[in-house]
Design a binder for this molecule. Sequence first.
Ligand SMILES: *Cc1c(COP(=O)(O)O)cnc(C)c1O
Length: 275
Amino acid sequence: NPYGWPRDLVRQWTELLSSVELNRYPDPSSARLRDGLRQAMQVPAEYEILLGNGSDELIQLLALAVAGSGQTVLAPEPSFVMYRMIATFAGMRYVGVQLNEDFRLDLGRFIEAVEQEQPALVFLAQPNNPTGNLFGEEKIRRIIEGTPGLVVLDEAYTAFTDRDYLPLLRDYDNLLIMRTLSKVGLAGLRLGILIGSPAWLEQIDKLRLPYNINALTQLSVEFAMKHFGVLRAQTRQIRVDREGLSETLKQWPQLQVFPSEANFLLVRVDRKSTR
Ligand SMILES: *Cc1c(COP(=O)(O)O)cnc(C)c1O
């Protein structure tokens, strides 16, 4: 998100920040902040919310929670690079299942890999990074149903699509939803959000360091959630601009522009064509 906050909002925010007592530890459970997020994201009361220092930290907590000798993390290829890096650092096997040439998900190939590898953890970024596309709800359901372990739907780009898989939590007890405030315009604050049943999140919370969300981030995000409409208007504008940019780029015959539900466009460049 390239847009900043209006000047008046920045003034209110900096004033608020000067009230933080930096000599005190922050609330280890970020209780007020989680309440604010629950409202802003309309998370039903039966689900728990676990916060991370960006969703990168949540990916790390998830890997640590299920790591064990010979345990596997599985995800489409290409997808978000941290899945592979963190799985490797946690001592796990990582299996990437190739997407099609046009980056659609080949369900047969994916399910076959799941059956063969029996992954403890499957990551599905929706929309996917770096391809920007959605795989389709039916395929996602089939993957969740076929996976023996935990499936994490990573909705980092949820602000840029109408698709919202939070309601799927009701149907599957091996599913968690992960979000972040980074892509809506708060990347510097580092706040990732894991949503799911208390049974799962209580266990993962045991691995979390007590003060992973610092006092300035807690207060800043609480403030931002009260003004979420500003960020929402900006992300709506980005969605409109995405379509304009996509149409413009399509005028070059050597560029293949893929459909995107995210805040970026994936473009394949034909370097042989010189027109
Ligand atoms: C950017 C991104 C993340 C990480 O976000 P942070 O909260 O900034 O750590 C996770 N998943 C996907 C798919 C991303 O694109």
